[in-house]
Ligand binder design. Sequence first.
Ligand SMILES: Cc1cc2nc3c(=O)[nH]c(=O)nc-3n(C[C@H](O)[C@H](O)[C@H](O)COP(=O)(O)OP(=O)(O)OC[C@H]3O[C@@H](n4cnc5c(N)ncnc54)[C@H](O)[C@@H]3O)c2cc1C
Length: 431
Amino acid sequence: MTQAFDIVVAGAGMVGAALATGLGQNGFRVALVDKAATPRFDAGAPPDIRVSALSAGSERYLQQLGAWPRILAMRTTAYRRLAVWDQTQHPLSKLLPRKLGEVVFDAASLSASHLGHIVENRITQKALWQCAEEQPSVTVLSGNGVTAVDSGNDQATVTLEDGSELTCELVIGADGALSRIRDMAGIGVTRDQYAQQAMVISVRYLGPVEDITWQAFHPSGPRAFLPLHSAGDQHQGESWASLVWYDAPEELARLKALDTESLRLEIQKAFPGDLPTLTHIDARASFPIARQHAKHYSNGRVVLVGDAAHTINPLAGQGVNLGFQDAVCLQSHIREARRSGCDLADSQWLARYEQQRRPANRRMMLAMDAFYHLFSNRIPPVHLLRNLGLSAARALPFARNQVARYAMGIDDELPAVVKQITSRLPGLHLP
Ligand SMILES: Cc1cc2nc3c(=O)[nH]c(=O)nc-3n(C[C@H](O)[C@H](O)[C@H](O)COP(=O)(O)OP(=O)(O)OC[C@H]3O[C@@H](n4cnc5c(N)ncnc54)[C@H](O)[C@@H]3O)c2cc1C
């Protein structure tokens, strides 16, 4: 059976589902296809192991799509403060208070009610699937992956696992970091694997829901706390949180192999004293982390968005926020292509999308790289430098607030000083 659409979005993760909804709102006939089944939400179940810090900019976007009220109706946690500090031990560690190098971003000083929200990925995804399904011109096809894409002169043909075919003018590859659509379109990537990996751990702790998310930088990698919701009547006085432990793959393999109680004790010992007392570990999973950038964002009738186009070090939680910015940008160019009577895969419009998004994505990659190298370094002068940097950030609330506004999605551009720094970093030759 063959069905005809304007656009096929391959991959209904957070980015693909958002873009399909937006395109549906613009009246395009869209097929949103995912190899996975419809995401489920059970209010009584423990949180999804995958959570994301969504910026105020992403919240605005999800609001426009109609997904935000649905997310709030399921569950989400606002954070009002964000703290980072250097936890490296040095000869003066015992004499100097740790808080000396701590930088705290506070919503109050930005005249904002919150800095962002921590949301479980499957909740964001479910809300977006519901929005997509409500659009009369969007057809959601789940549990049926894309197996082939044939880019012809007038149209593309997309083949699904069950053998059915979809024809369209444009195929959007939103199928994540290991994108097969990217491979099928013959688009290569540049990839650098970091020496560290990330282990995410879902935990319950004694105490109320926190309004702070924090990250302590150790030379072996950061250790982070992301607050989640209350654990409810069943576990009175307890709350859920997500922890992220970055370290060498061998160390994370050792930790992953521990029984739950031993891991709980290790975490309590290795994380800073700010971590409340843990009562339960629900789940753990580790992820390789890599900086990856597609060599082109489009080829023929295929264009890439989100992790299919780029992945960055998750240490500042910006991955899906960048993907949403891709979606907004691509949608506006597709609309312009239609308005000017062009083919939706017209190369001039797709090139404009890449011209806008590639430099912005690359800047964020470089900024994350700078953090990674600066904080993974044990050399004493570098240690001194980063603490001077943190102290300067403490002393310069204007610059600090500018960075926070960018990270929150309030401002679209990085502050000029940060742009200058990233433009001087080695690695600028990266595509
Ligand atoms: C440890 C960790 C922590 C992170 N924390 C944050 C954070 O705090 N904030 C943040 O912004 N980002 C964070 N990220 C990054 C974020 O998770 C990703 O950027 C985001 O999930 C990318 O979304 P996506 O929709 O592009 O891709 P994905 O979420 O990977 O979705 C891809 C979809 O495509 C589908 N698919 C795959 N192959 C096919 C096929 N052949 N046919 C059809 N469908 C297919 C999959 O089933 C999936 O639904 C983190 C990442 C990691 C590893």
